[in-house]
Ligand binder design. Structure first.
Ligand code: IYR
Length: 229
Protein backbone atom coordinates (compact mmCIF):
# COMPACT_ATOMS: atom_id res chain seq x y z
CA UNK A 1 0.00 0.00 0.00
CA UNK A 2 1.46 3.38 -1.05
CA UNK A 3 1.34 6.38 1.32
CA UNK A 4 -0.82 8.23 -1.28
CA UNK A 5 -3.55 5.56 -0.95
CA UNK A 6 -4.41 7.01 2.50
CA UNK A 7 -5.87 10.37 3.44
CA UNK A 8 -7.19 11.81 6.69
CA UNK A 9 -10.89 12.74 6.92
CA UNK A 10 -12.24 14.25 10.18
CA UNK A 11 -9.08 13.10 11.90
CA UNK A 12 -9.51 9.47 10.82
CA UNK A 13 -7.38 7.58 8.36
CA UNK A 14 -9.22 6.66 5.15
CA UNK A 15 -8.16 4.22 2.50
CA UNK A 16 -8.75 4.65 -1.22
CA UNK A 17 -11.68 2.46 -2.26
CA UNK A 18 -10.49 0.02 -4.86
CA UNK A 19 -13.75 -1.48 -6.09
CA UNK A 20 -13.65 -2.35 -9.77
CA UNK A 21 -16.18 -0.94 -12.20
CA UNK A 22 -17.44 -3.40 -14.79
CA UNK A 23 -19.34 -2.84 -18.02
CA UNK A 24 -23.14 -3.14 -18.13
CA UNK A 25 -22.79 -6.36 -20.11
CA UNK A 26 -20.52 -7.89 -17.52
CA UNK A 27 -22.82 -6.63 -14.76
CA UNK A 28 -25.77 -8.32 -16.40
CA UNK A 29 -23.85 -11.55 -16.76
CA UNK A 30 -22.50 -11.51 -13.18
CA UNK A 31 -25.85 -10.63 -11.61
CA UNK A 32 -27.59 -13.38 -13.62
CA UNK A 33 -24.93 -15.94 -12.72
CA UNK A 34 -25.18 -15.08 -9.03
CA UNK A 35 -28.96 -15.42 -9.18
CA UNK A 36 -28.63 -18.78 -10.96
CA UNK A 37 -26.26 -19.95 -8.23
CA UNK A 38 -28.36 -18.71 -5.31
CA UNK A 39 -31.70 -19.94 -6.62
CA UNK A 40 -30.37 -23.50 -6.40
CA UNK A 41 -29.93 -23.14 -2.63
CA UNK A 42 -32.33 -25.22 -0.58
CA UNK A 43 -32.76 -25.82 3.13
CA UNK A 44 -31.65 -29.40 3.72
CA UNK A 45 -32.74 -31.56 6.64
CA UNK A 46 -31.11 -34.90 5.74
CA UNK A 47 -27.35 -34.71 6.16
CA UNK A 48 -24.54 -37.08 5.27
CA UNK A 49 -21.77 -37.52 7.86
CA UNK A 50 -19.11 -36.97 5.17
CA UNK A 51 -16.27 -34.81 6.47
CA UNK A 52 -15.69 -31.24 5.38
CA UNK A 53 -12.21 -29.62 5.61
CA UNK A 54 -12.15 -27.23 8.55
CA UNK A 55 -10.42 -24.60 6.33
CA UNK A 56 -13.64 -24.40 4.31
CA UNK A 57 -15.59 -23.67 7.49
CA UNK A 58 -13.01 -21.01 8.39
CA UNK A 59 -13.39 -19.32 4.98
CA UNK A 60 -17.17 -19.42 5.29
CA UNK A 61 -17.02 -17.77 8.71
CA UNK A 62 -14.54 -15.15 7.50
CA UNK A 63 -17.06 -14.32 4.75
CA UNK A 64 -19.91 -14.05 7.28
CA UNK A 65 -17.82 -11.86 9.53
CA UNK A 66 -17.15 -9.47 6.63
CA UNK A 67 -20.82 -8.40 6.73
CA UNK A 68 -21.74 -4.80 7.56
CA UNK A 69 -22.76 -4.10 11.16
CA UNK A 70 -23.93 -1.14 13.25
CA UNK A 71 -20.88 1.13 13.80
CA UNK A 72 -18.77 -1.83 12.57
CA UNK A 73 -19.08 -3.42 16.03
CA UNK A 74 -19.33 -6.94 14.50
CA UNK A 75 -21.54 -8.05 17.40
CA UNK A 76 -21.31 -11.77 16.72
CA UNK A 77 -19.57 -15.03 17.58
CA UNK A 78 -19.70 -18.15 15.41
CA UNK A 79 -19.26 -21.28 17.52
CA UNK A 80 -18.23 -24.32 15.49
CA UNK A 81 -19.07 -27.71 16.97
CA UNK A 82 -17.60 -30.90 15.52
CA UNK A 83 -17.25 -32.83 18.78
CA UNK A 84 -19.79 -35.71 18.72
CA UNK A 85 -20.41 -35.51 22.49
CA UNK A 86 -21.31 -31.82 22.33
CA UNK A 87 -23.42 -32.38 19.20
CA UNK A 88 -25.34 -35.08 21.07
CA UNK A 89 -25.87 -32.78 24.08
CA UNK A 90 -27.18 -30.07 21.72
CA UNK A 91 -29.47 -32.54 19.94
CA UNK A 92 -30.98 -33.83 23.18
CA UNK A 93 -31.59 -30.32 24.54
CA UNK A 94 -32.95 -29.01 21.21
CA UNK A 95 -35.33 -31.95 20.82
CA UNK A 96 -36.62 -31.47 24.36
CA UNK A 97 -37.50 -27.83 23.57
CA UNK A 98 -38.87 -28.75 20.15
CA UNK A 99 -41.15 -31.44 21.62
CA UNK A 100 -42.66 -28.77 23.90
CA UNK A 101 -42.93 -26.34 20.99
CA UNK A 102 -44.66 -28.79 18.63
CA UNK A 103 -46.95 -30.08 21.42
CA UNK A 104 -47.81 -26.83 23.23
CA UNK A 105 -46.11 -23.63 22.12
CA UNK A 106 -46.91 -23.45 18.41
CA UNK A 107 -50.40 -22.39 17.29
CA UNK A 108 -52.59 -24.60 15.07
CA UNK A 109 -52.06 -22.12 12.24
CA UNK A 110 -48.29 -22.29 12.65
CA UNK A 111 -48.28 -26.10 12.67
CA UNK A 112 -50.49 -26.02 9.60
CA UNK A 113 -48.07 -23.63 7.84
CA UNK A 114 -45.21 -26.07 8.50
CA UNK A 115 -47.00 -29.23 7.38
CA UNK A 116 -45.70 -29.07 3.79
CA UNK A 117 -42.11 -28.94 5.09
CA UNK A 118 -42.55 -32.19 7.01
CA UNK A 119 -40.71 -30.91 10.10
CA UNK A 120 -41.16 -32.35 13.57
CA UNK A 121 -39.35 -32.37 16.91
CA UNK A 122 -36.75 -34.94 15.80
CA UNK A 123 -33.49 -33.31 14.76
CA UNK A 124 -31.07 -36.10 13.75
CA UNK A 125 -29.08 -33.62 11.62
CA UNK A 126 -27.76 -32.10 14.85
CA UNK A 127 -25.64 -35.25 15.20
CA UNK A 128 -25.15 -36.31 11.57
CA UNK A 129 -23.87 -33.04 10.08
CA UNK A 130 -20.08 -32.80 10.46
CA UNK A 131 -20.34 -29.24 11.79
CA UNK A 132 -22.85 -27.19 13.70
CA UNK A 133 -22.36 -23.43 13.53
CA UNK A 134 -24.14 -21.67 16.36
CA UNK A 135 -24.34 -17.94 15.82
CA UNK A 136 -24.44 -15.75 18.92
CA UNK A 137 -25.36 -12.09 19.00
CA UNK A 138 -23.74 -9.62 21.40
CA UNK A 139 -26.31 -7.02 22.50
CA UNK A 140 -23.49 -5.41 24.50
CA UNK A 141 -19.75 -5.90 25.01
CA UNK A 142 -17.09 -5.11 27.59
CA UNK A 143 -14.02 -3.00 26.93
CA UNK A 144 -10.65 -3.98 28.33
CA UNK A 145 -11.44 -2.07 31.56
CA UNK A 146 -14.59 -4.16 32.03
CA UNK A 147 -16.94 -1.24 31.13
CA UNK A 148 -20.18 -2.25 29.37
CA UNK A 149 -20.99 -0.78 25.92
CA UNK A 150 -24.23 -1.32 23.98
CA UNK A 151 -24.01 -2.48 20.38
CA UNK A 152 -26.26 -1.06 17.66
CA UNK A 153 -28.78 -2.66 15.30
CA UNK A 154 -27.72 -6.04 16.67
CA UNK A 155 -30.49 -8.17 15.13
CA UNK A 156 -30.07 -6.51 11.74
CA UNK A 157 -26.28 -6.91 11.86
CA UNK A 158 -26.30 -10.56 12.91
CA UNK A 159 -29.10 -11.32 10.43
CA UNK A 160 -26.93 -9.85 7.65
CA UNK A 161 -23.93 -11.93 8.77
CA UNK A 162 -26.13 -15.04 8.70
CA UNK A 163 -27.19 -14.19 5.13
CA UNK A 164 -23.55 -13.92 4.12
CA UNK A 165 -22.89 -17.20 5.96
CA UNK A 166 -25.66 -19.07 4.13
CA UNK A 167 -24.57 -17.82 0.71
CA UNK A 168 -20.92 -18.74 1.46
CA UNK A 169 -22.00 -22.25 2.52
CA UNK A 170 -23.94 -22.65 -0.71
CA UNK A 171 -21.13 -21.23 -2.84
CA UNK A 172 -18.77 -23.84 -1.32
CA UNK A 173 -21.10 -26.61 -2.54
CA UNK A 174 -22.29 -27.43 0.97
CA UNK A 175 -25.77 -27.34 2.45
CA UNK A 176 -27.34 -25.96 5.59
CA UNK A 177 -30.59 -25.30 7.40
CA UNK A 178 -31.55 -22.33 9.54
CA UNK A 179 -32.64 -24.20 12.63
CA UNK A 180 -34.35 -22.16 15.32
CA UNK A 181 -34.95 -24.32 18.40
CA UNK A 182 -36.88 -22.07 20.71
CA UNK A 183 -36.07 -21.00 23.38
CA UNK A 184 -32.36 -21.24 22.64
CA UNK A 185 -30.81 -20.46 26.05
CA UNK A 186 -29.60 -24.07 26.34
CA UNK A 187 -26.97 -23.31 23.68
CA UNK A 188 -25.47 -20.55 25.83
CA UNK A 189 -25.23 -23.01 28.73
CA UNK A 190 -23.83 -25.98 26.79
CA UNK A 191 -21.23 -23.84 25.03
CA UNK A 192 -20.53 -21.79 28.19
CA UNK A 193 -20.84 -18.47 26.43
CA UNK A 194 -20.14 -15.21 28.31
CA UNK A 195 -23.09 -13.21 29.69
CA UNK A 196 -23.10 -10.73 26.75
CA UNK A 197 -24.00 -13.43 24.21
CA UNK A 198 -27.42 -14.74 23.16
CA UNK A 199 -27.95 -17.64 20.77
CA UNK A 200 -29.33 -16.33 17.46
CA UNK A 201 -29.36 -19.18 14.94
CA UNK A 202 -28.09 -22.74 14.62
CA UNK A 203 -26.85 -23.99 11.24
CA UNK A 204 -25.79 -27.58 10.60
CA UNK A 205 -23.26 -27.62 7.75
CA UNK A 206 -22.21 -30.50 5.53
CA UNK A 207 -23.38 -32.48 2.51
CA UNK A 208 -26.91 -33.61 1.78
CA UNK A 209 -27.40 -37.34 2.27
CA UNK A 210 -27.73 -39.37 -0.94
CA UNK A 211 -31.19 -39.32 -2.45
CA UNK A 212 -32.47 -36.31 -0.56
CA UNK A 213 -35.82 -34.89 -1.57
CA UNK A 214 -36.83 -31.32 -0.80
CA UNK A 215 -40.33 -29.80 -0.65
CA UNK A 216 -41.64 -28.59 -4.00
CA UNK A 217 -41.91 -24.94 -3.04
CA UNK A 218 -41.68 -21.81 -5.18
CA UNK A 219 -40.53 -18.27 -4.46
CA UNK A 220 -42.71 -15.20 -4.94
CA UNK A 221 -42.46 -13.58 -8.36
CA UNK A 222 -40.45 -10.40 -8.95
CA UNK A 223 -43.73 -8.51 -9.43
CA UNK A 224 -44.90 -9.59 -6.00
CA UNK A 225 -41.74 -8.62 -4.15
CA UNK A 226 -40.45 -5.59 -6.09
CA UNK A 227 -42.32 -2.30 -6.37
CA UNK A 228 -40.82 0.40 -8.52
CA UNK A 229 -41.50 4.06 -7.70
N1 IYR B 1 -38.12 -24.32 14.99
C1 IYR B 1 -38.91 -25.50 14.67
C2 IYR B 1 -40.14 -25.18 13.89
C3 IYR B 1 -39.97 -24.54 12.58
C4 IYR B 1 -40.38 -23.23 12.42
C5 IYR B 1 -40.31 -22.62 11.22
I1 IYR B 1 -41.01 -20.72 11.04
C6 IYR B 1 -39.83 -23.33 10.08
O1 IYR B 1 -39.75 -22.68 8.84
C7 IYR B 1 -39.43 -24.65 10.22
C8 IYR B 1 -39.50 -25.23 11.49
C9 IYR B 1 -38.05 -26.52 13.93
O2 IYR B 1 -36.89 -26.24 13.61
O3 IYR B 1 -38.54 -27.63 13.67
Amino acid sequence: MKQSDFIEINGFKHLKYNGKTISNDEMLKCSKEYFELMKKRRSIRDFSDKEVPVEVIENIIKTASSAPSGANKQPWTFCVVANPKIKKQIRLAAEEEERKSYAQRMSEEWLDDLKHLGTDANKPFLETAPYLIIVFKQPFEYDNKGKKHQNYYVNESVGLACGFLISAIHNAGLVTLTHTPSPMRFLEKILQRPDNERAFLLLPVGYASDNTYVPNITKKSLQEVMKIY
